[in-house]
Write a protein that binds this ligand. Structure first.
Ligand code: MTE
Length: 391
């Protein structure tokens, strides 16, 4: 006692020497002390890295925006850094004049910027039958939220004289080798929400996320957000391409497949404390997490610390935006005894996030996609936090 804290008593080098010059990193990087916070691949999930997923480290993020360098990546056939001067967007099908746009053509049009989440339909997919992964990065990290800048697709289709009467669907196609193509209902385009985007978080899209052009389809599963967007066709019926006839659909309990599920239903997850973390001691903790809904705004999040017996309403932090991540927080004093932490979100349609029991009753256990069940984190007396499922 009385020794004093050497971190205060001894002047550190950063207080006694000249720091680095400006522009030592012309494009800024995180502190070297943060180098553990990176996108991670689940070992053994796929055989080829070009057809895989790298998860966003949700446990280390604050607020609602995902830093661009940590935005999750999901590629069917790898990514390329495409030369924007050679990239083209073609519009064809049920339009008066089929057209080809360069990036310069697109970037001179009136633009909008909007904050939205993107969630892969396969997010939390490994957890359908049982607990499978240890941390929130792997259980929920196919989720990111960014500000996207671009041109409403409606404006581009108007320029081409789209036939909105017959042309009730569009097909979006990517320039990568996977022939990623998705059917999107024209109502979504007509609402003005679907964007042909080139910007993300104030800068051009990162190559991994579709540079120089991607489709932004707010509220809809990530696969429809076609990256390296090169063609939009207007048509009169869904195309049933390989990614809609084989993947991203739901195997129902009666053995039938449900096709074209596309809206990401209301969902939430506590990111701190979460699986793999350690509580240091009993006492005060801020429970923090993310909630989102593909149908609009999140209106309420309740949190339980006793496995769903009692619930308390969490604070929704501003901004609360439609089809974007909403940050929630709630105070918790841990008494040092075992606890089970859960969050349950409600959206503006009144939809309440289901528990695993409810979800499995409706959807079975053999699905991969569209798992929006309530997540449970168990805290034991040692302070260790782990992934569990509560029915
Ligand atoms: N677009 C193309 N052209 N190729 C792809 O492999 N993957 C899709 C979608 N768009 C994909 C694509 C899938 S399955 C998802 S979840 C999102 O992009 C992922 O976007 P991100 O890599 O920017 O997170």
């Amino acid at each position: 006692a009385g020794e004093g804290d050497p971190a205060i008593l001894n002047l550190p080098p950063w207080s006694t020497s000249l720091g680095l010059p400006v522009a030592a990193n012309p494009y800024g990087l995180p502190s070297k002390y943060e180098r553990g916070l990176v996108r991670r691949e689940s070992p053994g999930l796929t055989r080829v890295g070009g057809s895989s997923v790298a998860f966003t480290p949700l446990q280390g993020l604050f607020g609602i925006i995902t830093p661009s360098g940590l935005h999750f990546e999901r590629h069917h056939q790898g990514w390329h850094d495409i030369d924007p001067s050679k990239h083209r967007l073609m519009i064809n099908g049920l339009v008066k004049s089929s057209s080809v746009f360069t990036m310069d053509d697109i970037m001179r049009l009136p633009s909008v910027s909007r904050v939205h989440f993107i969630e892969c339909g396969a997010n939390t997919g490994m957890e359908w039958g049982n607990v499978a992964v240890p941390t929130v990065q792997y259980s929920h990290g196919m989720l990111s939220c960014s500000e996207f800048t671009g041109v409403p697709l409606k404006a581009i289709l108007d320029m081409c004289g789209a036939d909105y009467k017959k042309g009730r669907f569009i097909l979006a196609e990517g320039a990568d080798g996977s022939s990623m193509t998705r059917t999107i209902p024209m109502e979504l385009v007509e609402s003005g929400e679907v964007l042909v985007a080139y910007g993300m978080n104030g800068e051009m899209l990162r190559p991994e996320n579709g540079y120089p052009l991607r489709l932004v389809v707010p509220g809809v599963q990530g696969v429809s957000w076609v990256k390296w967007l090169r063609r939009i066709e207007v048509g009169d019926m869904p195309w049933a391409t390989k990614d809609e006839a084989v993947h991203y659909m739901d195997l129902m309990p009666d053995g039938q497949h449900r096709q074209y599920t596309s809206v990401q239903e209301c969902k939430s997850v506590i990111t701190t404390p979460s699986g793999g973390q350690l509580l240091l001691d009993k006492g005060f903790y801020n429970i923090s997490g993310m909630a989102w809904s593909g149908r609009g705004k999140v209106t309420r999040v309740d949190v339980s610390t006793d496995g769903g017996i009692n619930w308390r309403q969490a604070r929704l932090e501003t901004p609360v935006l439609s089809k974007a991540v909403t940050r929630f927080n709630i105070d918790w004093v841990w008494d040092g005894k075992p606890a089970i932490l859960q969050s349950r979100a409600v959206d503006e349609t009144g939809f309440v996030q289901p528990g695993y029991g409810q979800l499995r009753a409706a959807r079975g256990t053999k699905s991969i996609y569209h798992n929006n069940a309530i997540q449970s984190w168990k805290v034991v007396e040692s302070g260790e936090v782990s992934n569990v499922q509560v029915l």
